[in-house]
Design a protein around this ligand. Sequence first.
Ligand SMILES: NC(=O)c1ccc[n+]([C@@H]2O[C@H](COP(=O)([O-])OP(=O)(O)OC[C@H]3O[C@@H](n4cnc5c(N)ncnc54)[C@H](O)[C@@H]3O)[C@@H](O)[C@H]2O)c1
Length: 264
Amino acid sequence: MGLRKERVKLIMGTMRGKIAVVTGGLSGIGKACSLAFAQQQCTVVILDIQDEKAEETIKHCREAGGDAVYRNCNLLEYENIKSAFQFIEGTYGRLDYAINNAGFGFPPKPMDESTYEEVRTLYGINVQAYSMCMIHELRMMKEVGFGRIVNIASGTGLIANKGYSMYSAAKHAVVGMTKAAALDYAKDNITVNAIAPGTIETELVASLKFQAPEAYEQAKAANPSGRFGQPWEIARVALFLCEADSSFINGAIIPVDSGGTAGK
Ligand SMILES: NC(=O)c1ccc[n+]([C@@H]2O[C@H](COP(=O)([O-])OP(=O)(O)OC[C@H]3O[C@@H](n4cnc5c(N)ncnc54)[C@H](O)[C@@H]3O)[C@@H](O)[C@H]2O)c1
């Protein structure tokens, strides 16, 4: 058996000791992903900008049985992305799993009321940063002959929502790059999939409960299940998409929204 095949066999076993990168891994869905991979005894490299949240998340990851390293990395700056991946390459020499998650939208409004700065920032974080991270991730994974990439898209990347022109376009772009990259790297033992979450009760959504109770209840009722999703419900799917058992799932966009997009 060639060296490369032996290496692949070695890393196809348990997740223990594997290296995972989670962008935006200090909050919401990203934090749940950091913890989920730490529970599998992975080393999680968290790229985020909220320094004040790092210590607590690292502590939780270690308590969960894995390890975590935080890198302050403003994903809107390419030099930051480049040096973060140089750090991963230099420290671990490989990357097994990547959860591209850091993203956001702006409060809904008609497209003609948007500004250049909003367009630049929105595509910068949701499209350009996802693309540049994926380029680095794929290069490292291709070298070893193994990798799992999970992009956090959105239900808004599958259907349109009023007031979200650019966010919807950006998340459709994530869906497109996921599918195309899946085709390009299938023979390299790398899978690229995306999750399209419905409304998930992250800190921002939870804060509405007290600040705008009516909007909170309305949003909750809009889901077929009558509830919001929880961050761990996304993290569990991300984890599955990195496990050996899911190796034939590639180029899939998985809605995790309790049917939110099914009837649309
Ligand atoms: N929460 C939802 O209802 C929902 C629904 C569908 C899709 N999503 C998508 O899921 C992903 C995570 O959303 P969330 O609700 O958990 O968000 P969140 O705000 O709770 O977490 C996002 C994380 O990204 C980090 N981040 C933001 N800008 C950054 C930058 N420039 N550089 C580095 N890190 C940065 C933040 O510091 C934060 O830790 C996003 O891509 C979002 O579009 C969320």
